[in-house]
Design a protein around this ligand. Sequence first.
Ligand code: NOJ
Length: 549
Amino acid sequence: MTTIRPDSNGSPLWWQSGVIYQIYPRSFQDSNADGVGDLPGIASRLDYLQALGVDAIWLSPIYPSPMADFGYDVADYTAVHPIFGTMADFDALLAQTHAAGLRLILDFVPNHTSDQHPWFVESRSSRHNPRHDWYMWADARPDGSPPNNWLSVFGGPAWEWDGATGQYYLHSFLKQQPDLNWRNPAVKAAMFDAVRFWLDRGVDGFRIDVAHYIMKDPQLRDNPPSSGDGRFIHKPIGEYDTQLHLYDHGHPDVHTVYRELRQVLGSYDGSRPRMAVGEIHLFDWQEWASYYGRNLDELHMPFNFGLLKVEWQARAVRQLVDTVEAVLPAGAWPNYVLSNHDESRIPSRYGLAGARLAAMLRLTLRGTPTLYYGDELGMADVPIPPDREQDPWGKREPGLGVGRDPERTPMQWDDSPNAGFTPANVEPWLPVSPDYRTVNVQTERDDPASMLNLYWQLLAWRRQSPALHSGSYQPVEQAPDDCFVYLRRRADECVLVALNFSNQEQRLNLRAFGEGKVLVSTRLDRAERVRLADLSLGSSEGVLIGLSS
Ligand code: NOJ
């Protein structure tokens, strides 16, 4: 069993015991009737987040951006896009977030900037410009073709020809997102300055976009072909998956950068601990774990996307959790992701009962959970008519189903037109889900059977139970194949989680555990006391049981 690294008082740190809630700022709350969410809108909903029981909010990018990739194309790392508000709005939001007892995590996008960023404008102005080498430029092959076979995640080659300089530049994503050259010390210094800018303002941490992409093979070797097992189980395989991505990201030199970044963050720990969590889509678990650093001196956590990759059945999920537990370096803290702005919504993947089971799994596993706005309501993917489509990935690769608009639609606050996200007479940037009249905060608040009530209960238990927020994890062997059962324990507190992934009732004999008290069930028809020798779980039911130890 892995220990946690407590603070000097012996308590877990905020990002270990806490729950992170991701806000996609465009879609959370519009305060100025332009159909796009903004910072004052988020500030006006902090009381909701506080009452929900989450601990930190992560904001997807709020920086000036031409919005080719909705903010993941940054044109200025130390300012706020006017569509989201002003720097004064940001400072006010941060102060109010802290006053509400919450932390604020910003998105940091180090791999690429916007092609409109002044650095790139200079870089492409001439081969002799001092900033030319701030980006990944390379000469054509003798026949004029791109320097190698690397592909853009969003489709097509990763190289764009630039007539003025007579070279290609690398873009791992859109051509409007040129990759920075992190081997240039001036780039690293400028990016760390941007990090310090926000830390000085008081932010609590960063979510680092495609953190493993920043260092590539210095020889720019071709990627070999792959059998193509796909990056995301929920997205179909595209051209990108025809290669083994050996050389276009994840060069071992990446670790030096994160060791240095950790020192930057650590230099602020005196006031309060700051953190960095990296978006790292790696499923070779040894390699994934290497981002914690050999001495836990790199990222505080690499996001764990394993649950998005495994089959939704008990044995596969347990195997994944056990693998992650086994591979964690001593003292490293786990985490689990089940949803975000790039993934199909949970009820659209597993159905509503499956989404309730998923809520219990995510909020009872050992490790930091990251929720995505609207998960707590059971928001599902929203079909987007072709003329309302926004996501550049979906538009570039039509027919593959890779568009991410369905999971980015406005938050559903109430049953008024536009769900309280924006006034009724304003067209929101993406359509509001047709189910908003029943799936919304106001309606679900008063319904004991709602998803929101289930989340409230689970979050409240997680917060008050040291076993759940920072105890050990131990799988229980005596469970049927379709059930995943585990214990969470800290000191003399022990809770048992039993999850039935099947559509049939399951009977469990867990005699060794005596009797227990049902704390939460994903269904509502449960007696409070239960004999573990004869525990029956309904289809897709999960129960959280307090054991007397
Ligand atoms: C990962 C982000 O989550 C995604 O939304 C974005 O499009 C790419 N990185 C490129 O920045």
